[in-house]
Design a protein around this ligand. Structure first.
Ligand SMILES: Cc1cc2nc3c(=O)[nH]c(=O)nc-3n(C[C@H](O)[C@H](O)[C@H](O)COP(=O)(O)OP(=O)(O)OC[C@H]3O[C@@H](n4cnc5c(N)ncnc54)[C@H](O)[C@@H]3O)c2cc1C
Length: 450
């Protein structure tokens, strides 16, 4: 039988993206014993995973600073660990890729920094080979996938589109055009907001210079991806006319949605926000639960600088340094205001809700077409009747899509949060019944006394 491993951390951080790294560094430097878990092979999260940095990029120095400080701290990083469950109060379980086993972690203070993912919306042809999520394609390229010489249309919504287009071009792709669904009327006030964030103006200007020969169309969105067995062209519209862009690849994502599954499983309160449900936190990043903090994108999509500041505040608060945390509130609030401006500028237009045809697949894992969902009253009913959201991604892709299309929210989060090999679950169950673990479900943590 596999030896069962329980590790204890004074401060346990889930997620080693910018927010988790900043939280762990701050807590460790304040004297806490910190363990960080992440499902990737290294720290860095979505933005800092691998890849060649663009020279002269301000963010590269932010990355270097964050990595140097994190590595110089006493925080212990455990990669390849995906947190799947919270079986008891103050206990998490993670699946370890390397050993194929489930490990148990207990904590005194918990910081959730689980980041965000792309929102993908269904339109005819979106499941064709050659159509990728924008950030997904960027991640593949960072992992070695070659786009050299490929004609790529980048479409959808959000500042990520420009970052992805510049990145793909840097790796030799020919970016044909960038189609942003938000209209100029929404983007002009956003540009004005940027004036109080000179770093972001600089970043945006760098992308525009890099993409000076690429058309950036606002108020423009994809209506179909064409091709028989792979993508050959994308049909784009500006609401008045439709045209065809021949291409090899389409990189398409409609802004980001917070990863709130683990906080929701623990019982943290969520708030509804235009960019999706977010974890509710107080000024110190504490959630509705005692000793549970949340930082970065799960609390709302606000970008790198907000994630770093929220992480530091959560780390300091968890390590009982409230005054040091307080000194960062003003800066953090300014960055969060930027997040609100993002939500307003990149709000999805209603036209995107009518792109899917009856036969368009909405749930890719279970092959559920739009026509089977139209008659359903809720997502629970849709799950029961069609299996929408019940495949391996557990609704991570179709969930935000059906929320946009039908207004359904996912209210049932169940462990394991990610698919786990049966062999790991069986050995875990055997160990539980043999008495290696004590305590009972449910694992919900207690809300603070009010
Ligand atoms: C696909 C994608 C690409 C992006 N690319 C860019 C870009 O090029 N430029 C830019 O400025 N911004 C980019 N962003 C936005 C950027 O990620 C954020 O602005 C910010 O850096 C988020 O930091 P974070 O620490 O909150 O989250 P993240 O960087 O997402 O880090 C969260 C970490 O938690 C891990 N995690 C989540 N759940 C679990 C779990 N259950 N168990 C273990 N580990 C878990 C994740 O794997 C990840 O490593 C991108 C976002 C996405 C989703």
């Amino acid at each position: 039988m596999t030896a069962h491993k329980t590790q204890h951390a004074q401060v346990l951080v889930v997620g080693a993206g910018p927010a988790g790294m900043a939280a762990a560094t701050a807590a460790a430097n304040a004297g806490a014993h910190v363990t960080v878990l992440d499902d990737n092979p290294d720290a860095g999260g979505q933005i800092w995973r691998g890849g060649v940095p663009a020279s002269g990029d301000q963010r590269d120095s932010a990355r270097d600073r964050a990595f140097r400080a994190f590595r110089a701290s006493t925080a212990s990083l455990q990669t390849g660990r995906r947190v799947i469950d919270a079986p008891r109060p103050r206990t998490l379980r993670a699946f370890s890729e390397a050993t194929g086993t489930i490990e148990t972690f207990t904590w005194e203070q918990l910081i959730l920094a689980t980041g965000a993912r792309e929102r993908l919306l269904p339109f005819p042809g979106w499941t064709l080979p050659g159509v990728f999520g924008a950030g997904g394609l960027q991640a593949l390229v960072k992992g070695g996938f070659s786009v050299a010489g490929k004609r790529i249309v980048v479409a959808g919504s959000g500042p990520l589109l420009l970052a992805v287009a510049a990145h793909l071009q840097q790796y030799g792709a020919k970016v044909v055009s960038v189609a942003e669904q938000a209209g100029l009327r929404a983007l002009i006030p956003f540009a004005a907001t940027l004036c109080s964030h000179p770093g972001k103006v600089w970043q945006g200007a760098r992308y525009r210079v890099a993409l000076r020969n690429v058309g950036y169309r606002t108020g423009c969105w994809p209506v179909a991806a064409q091709g028989t067995d792979k993508l050959t062209a994308v049909r784009l519209t500006n609401g008045e006319r439709i045209w065809t862009e021949p291409c090899d690849l389409l990189a398409c994502g409609f802004h980001l949605v917070p990863n709130t599954e683990l906080p929701a499983l623990l019982g943290c309160s969520l708030v509804h926000n235009p960019s999706g449900d977010c974890v509710a936190v107080d000024a110190t990043q504490r959630t509705s639960l005692e000793n549970v903090y949340c930082a970065g994108e799960p609390t709302g999509i606000a970008g790198l600088d907000a994630a770093l500041l929220q992480g530091r505040i959560a780390g300091l608060a968890a390590a009982n340094r409230p005054d040091d945390a307080k000194a960062l509130f003003k800066q953090r609030d300014r960055e969060q205001a930027f997040g609100k401006a993002l939500d307003r500028a990149f709000a999805l237009r209603s036209d995107l809700r009518s792109l899917a045809r009856p036969e368009t697949i909405v749930c890719r894992c279970e092959d559920v077409p739009y026509s089977r969902l139209q008659s359903q009253p809720s997502w629970t009913e849709a799950k029961l009747q069609t299996r929408c959201g019940m495949g391996p991604c557990q609704g991570r892709i179709c969930g935000p899509a059906v929320q946009t299309l039908f207004g359904w929210r996912n209210i049932s989060i169940r462990p394991p949060l990610f698919p786990v090999p049966l062999s790991a679950l069986v050995s875990e169950a055997t160990l539980e019944s043999a008495g290696d673990l004590s305590g009972e479900r449910p694992g919900r943590d207690t809300p603070p006394a009010s």
